[in-house]
Write a protein that binds this ligand. Structure first.
Ligand SMILES: Nc1nc2c(ncn2[C@@H]2O[C@H](COP(=O)(O)OP(=O)(O)O)[C@@H](O)[C@H]2O)c(=O)[nH]1
Ligand SMILES: [Mg+2]
Ligand SMILES: [Zn+2]
Length: 302
């Protein structure tokens, strides 16, 4: 029987079976050493074949289905071994806040580049609109227009007040969705607003032990009532990029990628080349300066 891995932190791997029951599993020995690129041979979101061993509640994972996609944690050193945060994601949502805390544009663009790098469709959810003053609302309008023009849907919500929540609930139905964002942006509160029966830890990470310490936090997969899963990523600041080449970065900026055929050079980096359609787009407003600057900054530090 095939199930989906919903937890994989302790010594048991929790697999949700098609009937909704949970099965606590061990990995068959062969997998443990197979994949030396990753510290974890099985990750949440993995579709796995389970053989029951002790009644219905215990089993053995005998097969891991090939992943459609996955994201890894950004590694702290030059180690070639990475940790898979989650696999088989349908959509990635970045929870953005313009205040308390403020999410920087650089952070938003890095997230979007990463999602594109993994071929995961992404959207932005602007949270805490209940506390935005008129100036922030103007910024919100501006960002919404920039990102929607680039091809990323933008939603505005207040997890606290309930604005925009039914729409989000609708989007998540039947999907495996990643929730990411700065600590304190309201990921947990949003999850609770979408599905009050769920109880993610709200407002914990930023205040106590998170800062400065090497805390290991794990993503968790939460099952939504009425179909669907959310992958919450507490404490995960940035995702790692897989085998990324400078010449591919523009692919992760859809509005620039669309213009490449009009650049004079097929391999235009949109920096110094003559006849560059992206640079021309900066003049006409087809490409936003804010996005272009993020592009340059990502290009430069790789
Ligand atoms: N004003 C306001 N505060 C919020 C909203 N959503 C979350 N918060 C608060 O922001 C803090 C961090 O929320 P939490 O869900 O733990 O953030 P997480 O770290 O992203 O999971 C908590 O004190 C929440 O009560 C919102 O829509 N409006
Ligand atoms: Mg949280
Ligand atoms: Zn160009």
């Amino acid at each position: 029987m095939e199930g989906i891995v919903v937890k994989s932190t302790g010594s048991w791997i929790t697999v949700r079976m098609p009937d909704g029951s949970l099965c606590y599993c061990k990995l068959k020995g062969q997998f443990r050493m197979r994949d030396i690129k990753h510290t974890n041979p099985v990750a949440i979101g993995d579709r796995v074949e389970v053989e029951h061993t002790g009644g219905d509640s215990h089993g053995m994972i005998t097969h891991i289905r090939e992943r459609e996609n996955y994201i890894i944690r950004k590694s702290k050193n030059l180690s070639k071994i990475s940790h898979i945060i989650a696999a088989n994601l349908d959509h990635a949502y970045l929870i953005v806040t313009l205040a308390q805390p403020q999410t920087s544009n650089g952070f938003i663009d890095r997230f979007l580049v990463t999602a594109a790098g993994y071929y995961i469709p992404a959207s932005l959810i602007f949270n805490k609109i209940d506390i935005y003053n008129p100036d922030l609302m103007l910024i919100l309008d501006e960002l919404t227009s920039i990102y929607e023009q680039a091809g990323y849907p933008c939603y505005r919500v207040s997890a606290l007040r309930g604005d925009g929540i039914p729409r989000i609930r609708e989007l998540l139905k039947g999907k495996v969705s990643l929730f990411s964002g700065h600590s304190g942006a309201g990921k947990s509160a949003l999850i609770k607003a979408v599905n009050p029966a769920l109880n993610p830890r709200i407002g914990r990470l930023s205040d106590t032990h998170q800062k400065g310490m090497h805390t290991t936090t794990f993503a968790e997969m939460l099952e939504l009532e009425g179909d669907g899963f959310i992958v919450d990523t507490p404490g995960i600041k940035e995702f790692g990029l897989i085998d990324f080449d400078k010449t591919e970065i523009h692919r992760c900026f859809p509005e620039m990628d669309r213009l490449l055929p009009q650049c004079q050079y097929k391999n235009c980096s949109h920096t110094h080349e003559p006849g560059c359609a992206v640079k021309a787009g900066l003049e006409t407003g087809a490409v936003s300066t804010l996005r272009y600057n993020s592009y340059l900054s990502i290009l430069n530090d790789r």
